[in-house]
Write a protein of this length. Structure first.
Length: 117
């Protein structure tokens, strides 16, 4: 079982920045592939970014490439999402995800990000 707790959401003006954090429980953090997803009102949850277990490989949705950066600190059991040049369309609830090579995906409770124009 993995428990995930996100933080760092809030209200920001367009063009601004936020950094989200996700702290994971347990001693197996370095075995987890970590990711971020988001869900805007009336829309389905969508992929944002993912980082490999070592942190050496990342992937991003086209909509956030060049603006968002995912990273992890295995010593702190934490994954981050640095969001720059935010746009109103980035407004959503952001969810942290975690999964082992085999098995279910775990989710955090979500953190709200609101970008005003």
């Amino acid at each position: 079982q993995v428990q995930l707790v996100e933080s760092g959401g809030g209200l920001v003006q367009a063009g601004g920045s936020l950094r989200l954090s996700c702290a994971a429980s347990g001693r197996t953090f370095s075995s987890l592939t970590m990711g971020w997803f988001r869900q805007a009102p009336g829309k389905e949850r969508e992929f944002v970014a993912t980082v490999s277990r070592s942190g050496g490989s990342t992937d991003y949705a086209d909509s956030v490439k060049g603006r968002f950066t995912i990273s992890r600190d295995n010593a702190k059991n934490t994954v981050y999402l640095q969001m720059n040049s935010l746009k109103p369309e980035d407004t959503a609830v952001y969810y942290c995800s975690a999964n082992f090579p085999i098995g279910p995906k775990y989710w955090g409770q979500g953190t709200q990000v609101t970008v005003s124009s």
